[in-house]
Design a protein around this ligand. Structure first.
Ligand code: UDX
Length: 723
């Protein structure tokens, strides 16, 4: 009983005339200024198992609804595809507009007394390397009554490898084996969701709902409250609709364009007509779907509607944002539709819609921002609403708000809780399948441990071995540097694992003392991976390789007295041979407010390794400059030619500092080993005293090996430590 702008659909009645009169009376009720509408009954088979019909029936609601118009007045023709697609239900397409009358169902808030508790599968679709945050998320939503099914983007072997042992530790956690490269907005996202749902139906888990979450989601209510809510709403389907005019939504989403996913890119190949007779709907791809609806969409013997929709959505950008909505509204499940994705999403479109996915898809998509403590009021206001999750949360952007949320949900942490404000995130792991961007990271890591292994140029503490892992380290939401976990050979019998804490030396910026703008510069440095949405570089250690695309980042404090609030500066990039390689621009939109500005370079690859200079000029006067190091991407210079390795180490020592080193065994243990081998130290290695000199990693609060209980999962046998 709906009249929408494009179409009406989902009639559970198989009598054509009754359908038509229903349409007519609905239309009258809608007080539309237009008295007369044309409609076209495209196709559909009669659900009660009667007969399959593919007719195209055109008519007019006024003056006589039974009057069949001649075919020529019907400006739609049913193509074979359209017929296929609107199978499943009678679907009508209204040419002229009526007033949208679709009213989704209202969710219940309290379950009936005897209702058995709903069982939920949390389908975690994960990307990136935020392992400890994933543990923290699982910890916050974990219950033995529910299930956890994890899909990790196939390119993220680190996350997959580290999470796999969860399967043995927890009976209700499993990882999907069929993994896809689920690019942003890709058709593969829907393929992955459907494939995971089909796996779940085949599994021995008994569940009522599938609810998807990403690594940047976090609960804003307890899982008990969610369970209670879903228990009261069994068989309902939770999807959030866009809430605007349908045609505008279709255009903004690019639903009227065909996209093809290939080589991890969504290529836009042309315009298309959407099938008539289908109510297109969509919005968010964070959903919570009932088992019977999932059975319907994943059934091997597909309903014609689903078969047709799948065909279209295989070539659709952001398919999971519309497929389920459209399938619910046009099928037998239409009265199970609840317009709520159970999420509060931190949309800040001015920041989040900067066309940041151009390299992945031929479209300008938007992303929500990360929550920060200043957004707390919005989170707090969800208390009385039927919302259970928030997105997005990322500890590398802000961890304090996650802590605040946890304490709000679960009560305060105890005093003296270890490392409550620290965060570690792996940047490189020796087991990672190699990626060229890691080469410079490894060159840097190897150089730094070479420097670290010498107390001075004559004496060597240890012989540096393999770099095992490089880890970004944050404390109280401040980037504290990176840790290099590596092997250290103290003599032929003793190789121990040590961790060295390094940080960037950002003393390379100089600013003019006379220029007005220069006086406002708060930060000036060169990095890569500038995130326009979060207004920060995600390359925390500022590692620039010969294949990087460096950008200049300048933070300015506000200026009050100005003639012109928008200014454009010139940015000059000079290579280590002092040759100008590029001249770019940096536009400061409004210098009366504090701003973070960036300017991308446009340099030819490979960049010359060594020290580069970047200058900022206003007209012709120099405002400031900074230097940055381009690290060679291959370390053959280091292994073959000691002199150049010495040269590289000198350069690196100029741009990076070493803060501390710890050793990964307890000291008693080390003394025991050294005691055994004391007589065997060769001349170039040091005595036991030097090994013992390093602190134990478990006791060094900065070390990735120090305890991090907020992210530790508890099993029946104790802490889950991944082994
Ligand atoms: C926003 C919306 O919240 C989301 O509904 C829409 O699909 C895309 O835009 P956004 O922050 O842009 O989200 O995307 P992000 O959270 O990064 O990714 C969405 C999902 O895809 C996540 O589950 C993520 O793990 C996964 N993903 C993303 C991958 O698996 N691989 C990728 O390369 C990128």
């Amino acid at each position: 009983n709906y009249i929408a702008n494009r179409s009406i659909g989902c009639f559970k009645d198989n009598k054509k005339n009754r359908l038509l009169s229903k349409l007519y009376s609905n239309f009258k009720e809608s007080n539309s200024p237009k008295k007369c509408i044309n409609f076209c009954l495209l196709s559909g088979y009669l659900y009660s198992g009667l007969q399959y019909s593919t007719e195209c029936f055109c008519g007019n609601t006024e003056p006589d609804i039974k009057h069949k118009l001649p075919d020529s007045s019907c400006n739609m023709k049913c193509s074979a595809d359209q017929k296929a697609i609107c199978g499943g239900y009678f679907t009508m397409n209204v040419f002229e507009t009526g007033i949208a009358k679709f009213s989704p169902q209202i969710a219940e808030s309290q379950p009936k007394i005897a209702e058995t508790k709903a069982k939920i599968v949390f389908l975690l679709t994960l990307n990136g390397r935020a392992l400890r945050q994933v543990y923290r998320l699982i910890k916050s939503i974990y219950s033995v009554d529910h299930f956890y099914y994890i899909h990790v983007d196939t390119r993220q072997d680190y996350l997959y490898r580290e999470l796999l042992p969860l399967e043995t530790a927890f009976q209700n956690i499993r990882l999907a084996r069929k993994r896809l490269a689920t690019i942003w907005g890709g058709a593969s996202l829907l393929e992955m969701l459907l494939s995971c749902m089909a796996d779940l139906l085949k599994s021995d888990w008994e569940w009522d709902f599938v609810l998807n979450l990403s690594e940047s989601d976090f609960p804003i209510k307890s899982i008990d409250k969610l369970t209670q809510f879903l228990t009261a709403n069994k068989n309902k389907n939770f999807v959030k609709s866009h809430g605007r005019e349908v045609q505008r939504f279709i255009q903004k989403q690019g639903l009227d364009k065909t996209f093809v996913e290939c080589d991890t890119h969504m290529w836009r190949i042309g315009d298309r007509l959407l099938p008539l007779g289908i109510q297109i709907d969509g919005g968010s791809d964070w959903i919570c779907l009932s088992r019977n609806f999932i059975e319907y969409v994943t059934a091997e013997e597909k309903d014609k509607l689903i078969e047709g929709l799948l065909k279209i959505f295989r070539f659709t950008l952001l398919p999971a944002e519309s497929f389920f909505h459209t399938a619910i509204r046009n099928s037998i499940f239409c009265d199970s539709y609840i317009d709520n994705n159970l999420h509060i999403t931190n949309w800040k479109r001015k920041l989040g819609c900067k066309c940041q996915y151009r390299h992945i898809c031929d479209w300008c998509g938007c992303s929500p921002n990360d929550f920060k403590p200043e957004d707390w009021i919005r989170l707090q206001a969800t208390e009385t609403k039927q919302l259970f999750f928030g997105r997005k949360f990322e500890p590398v952007v802000n961890q304090l708000v996650i802590l605040q949320l946890e304490e709000w949900l679960f009560g305060p942490y105890t005093d003296g809780y270890l490392n409550l404000n620290s965060y570690w995130q792996s940047l490189y792991h020796h087991k990672d399948k190699s990626s060229s961007s890691n080469q410079a990271l490894l060159v840097l890591g190897s150089s730094l441990i070479r420097i670290n292994s010498k107390s001075n140029s004559f004496q060597q503490f240890y012989e540096p071995g393999k770099v095992l892992e490089i880890i970004d380290y944050f404390d109280l939401d401040v980037y504290k540097g990176f840790l290099i976990r590596h092997e250290a050979r103290f003599n032929e019998n003793i190789t121990l694992e040590v961790e060295t804490w390094c940080r960037t030396n950002n003393q390379h910026a100089q600013v003019s003392k006379s220029n007005k703008i220069a006086k406002k510069i708060m930060q000036l440095d060169v990095s890569t991976d500038f995130d326009q949405k979060e207004q920060m570089s995600r390359n925390f250690p500022r590692i620039i390789s010969q294949y990087s695309e460096p950008c200049l980042i300048m933070k300015l404090s506000s200026t009050s007295q100005v003639e012109n609030s928008t200014i454009t500066l010139n940015v000059v990039w000079t290579n280590p041979d002092d040759k100008v390689e590029d001249i770019g621009e940096m536009t400061i939109e409004d210098i009366t407010v504090t701003s973070i500005n960036f300017s991308k370079s446009n340099l030819k690859h490979p960049l010359m390794s060594g020290i580069w200079t970047v200058k900022i000029l206003q007209k012709k006067s120099l405002i400031g400059l900074t230097k940055f190091l381009v690290i060679p991407s291959f370390n053959n210079t280091m292994t073959k030619d000691l002199n150049s390795s010495h040269h590289l180490d000198k350069l690196i020592a100029n741009f990076y500092l070493i803060k501390d080193t710890c050793i990964s065994y307890n000291q008693k243990n080390i003394r025991d080993i050294i005691g055994t081998y004391l007589g065997n130290f060769g001349p170039s290695y040091l005595t036991s005293k030097n090994i013992v000199k390093f602190n134990e990693c478990k006791k060094s609060l900065w070390s990735s090996m120090s305890p991090d209980p907020k992210s530790e999962l508890l099993t029946d046998y104790g802490n889950f430590d991944g082994s």
